[in-house]
Write a protein that binds this ligand. Structure first.
Ligand code: GP9
Ligand code: MN
Length: 417
C-alpha cells in the first residue's frame, strides 16, 4: 500500500529547501535545452594537454554561466540512462541493472511530465536506435511527447564514427527539429562521440592525443575536444535561429569516461596518485547553467545530478514543494551541500566518505571516522528510500496536492508558512 510512502514523504518534506527569491521564475516560459555530454569529467575543464586547451569553448561559456565545479555524477550500471533517470526524477538509480530496463512501467513524476502539464512540448534527441537503453518505452513514462532518434537523422558512413553519428552532424541536423517544435519546448540532447573507446578520424582531431602507454586515456582528449567544438557550433546555430535568448541551456556530464582501470595513466596526467580520495573527486562532471542576460559565476556548492530537477523547475517558476525529490535547488540559500553516490560514498563541504574511510577534503588524507559519522546513516537512508519507491512503484499512490488537498500533517503546516 501507500503507507510506506508517508514516511518517505515526511523525510523529503523535512529536507525541502526553499527556492532562492531572486532566481525563482527568472526563466518562466523560456525553452529548456538540456545537453548530456557523453563521458565528460570535470578535470578536463580549464586544463591543457600537450599545451593545448581541451575544452576551449566550454572554458569561455562558463564565464557567462553558472558553473558548478563540485557537481558529481551519481550513476551506476545504467550509465547514460541512469544519468537521464536521476536528472529528470530526482531519484537515485538502482545499485544493479538499469532502472530504464527494470522499471520502465512505473509511475513517475519526471521533469518532462511536469513541464508538459505546464504547456511545454517535450522532446529527447539522440541519433541512436530508439530502443537502446529501452528509451522508447521509458520515455513514455517520463512524459516525452517526441523522441527524435535514428530515423529522424540522415546518418551515413561519412558522418559516423565509433558508436554512431558524429556530434557536429548531430547538432547541425537537430537545429531543424528544434525550429519545428512548438514553443516553449524542453529538449534534451544526448551526445555520443566522446564514448569509450574514444575513436576519432584524423580529420576530426582538433588536438593530438596524450602520450602515455594507455591508449584509452590518450584518445580521450581529442574526442572531448571534438564534442567541445560541436557545442560551440550548436550555440552559434541557436544564436542564428534566435533561440539563444529564449532558452536556458543546461549542460552536464553523464558519467565518468576514464574508469579506475586507468588509474596509473590518469595519475601520470594529473601529476598525483589516484587514491580513493582522488578517484571520488574524479567523479565530478561539469554542470553549466546558462540563463540569458545573467552573468553567472562559478559555484563551489557540493551537488549532484539529483539536484537538477528542482533547480530547473524553480528557475521556470514551478513549485516543487509537493514533489518527492531527493535533490534540492542548487541556488537555494538553505542548500546543505551533501551529495550521495550510488555506492554509498558521500561528499560534504569538508569531507569525503568512501570505502569506509573518511577523508579530509583540505588535505586529501584519511581522518577520524567520527567526522563523517553523522552522515553515514543519512546517506544509507536516502538510497534505501529511493530504492523503495522504485521497487514498490510507490509514486502511483502519490497525487499532486492540488488534486487531493493536504494529506500529510506536516504538509498542511508547511503550506501555511
Ligand atoms: C547510447 C549512449 C551511450 O545511446 O547513450 O550509452 P552509455 O554506454 O554511455 O550508457
Ligand atoms: Mn554515456
Amino acid at each position: 500500500d501507500g503507507s510506506e510512502l508517508a514516511d518517505i514523504h515526511n523525510y523529503i518534506y523535512a529536507n525541502y529547501k526553499k527556492p532562492n527569491d531572486d532566481l525563482f521564475g527568472i526563466a518562466k516560459n523560456k525553452n529548456v535545452i538540456l545537453i548530456s555530454m557523453e563521458s565528460t569529467q570535470s578535470f578536463v575543464i580549464n586544463r591543457t594537454v600537450n599545451g593545448q586547451e581541451i575544452t576551449p569553448f566550454l572554458n569561455e561559456f562558463i564565464k557567462d554561466s553558472y558553473y558548478f565545479e563540485n557537481f558529481y555524477h551519481q550513476t551506476a550500471q545504467g550509465k547514460t540512462s541512469d544519468s537521464e533517470f536521476i536528472v529528470e526524477n530526482s531519484l537515485y538509480p538502482l545499485s544493479r541493472g538499469a532502472v530504464f530496463f527494470t522499471h520502465s512501467g512505473n509511475e513517475y513524476t519526471a521533469t518532462p511530465d511536469i513541464l508538459r502539464n505546464n504547456g511545454y512540448f517535450t522532446a529527447s534527441l539522440h541519433a541512436n536506435n530508439k530502443s537502446f537503453w529501452n528509451r522508447d518505452i521509458m520515455y513514455q513514462s517520463l512524459g516525452y511527447d517526441r523522441f527524435y532518434s535514428l530515423p529522424d537523422y540522415d546518418v551515413n558512413e561519412e558522418n559516423s564514427v565509433g558508436w554512431g553519428m558524429k556530434d557536429i552532424d548531430f547538432f547541425e541536423q537537430s537545429i531543424q527539429h528544434l525550429k519545428e517544435m512548438p514553443k516553449p519546448f524542453y529538449a534534451k540532447f544526448i551526445t555520443l562521440t566522446n564514448h569509450f573507446p574514444f575513436e576519432l578520424g584524423e580529420e576530426d582531431r582538433f588536438i593530438e592525443p596524450y602520450t602515455s602507454n594507455n591508449k584509452t586515456v590518450n584518445n580521450y582528449f581529442p574526442t572531448v575536444r571534438y564534442t567541445d567544438e560541436a557545442l560551440k557550433i550548436f550555440i552559434e546555430h541557436l544564436k542564428e535561429e534566435g533561440l539563444y535568448d529564449d532558452s536556458i541551456i543546461v549542460l552536464y556530464g553523464d558519467h565518468y569516461g576514464i574508469s579506475e582501470n586507468h588509474n596509473k595513466a590518469m595519475g601520470e596526467f594529473l601529476g598525483e596518485e589516484v587514491t580513493p580520495f582522488v578517484s571520488t573527486q574524479l567523479q565530478r562532471v561539469p554542470l553549466i547553467i546558462h540563463i540569458p542576460g545573467h552573468k553567472g559565476k562559478t559555484m563551489s556548492t557540493v551537488s549532484g545530478q539529483i539536484d537538477l530537477k528542482p533547480t530547473i523547475l524553480h528557475l521556470l517558476g514551478i513549485n516543487t514543494k509537493n514533489n518527492i525529490d531527493f535533490g534540492s535547488d542548487l541556488f537555494s540559500e538553505q542548500n546543505m551541500e551533501f551529495t550521495v553516490l550510488r555506492d554509498g560514498s558521500f561528499i560534504t563541504k569538508d569531507y569525503i566518505y568512501t570505502r569506509e574511510t573518511c577523508f579530509d577534503k583540505q588535505t586529501g588524507e584519511p581522518t577520524d571516522i567520527s567526522a563523517c559519522e553523522p552522515y553515514i546513516e543519512k546517506a544509507k537512508n536516502e538510497l534505501e528510500y529511493s530504492d523503495k519507491i522504485i521497487y514498490g512503484d510507490l509514486l502511483r499512490f502519490y497525487e499532486d496536492e492540488e488534486q487531493r488537498g493536504p494529506f500529510f500533517e506536516n504538509e498542511a503546516q508547511l503550506n501555511t508558512q
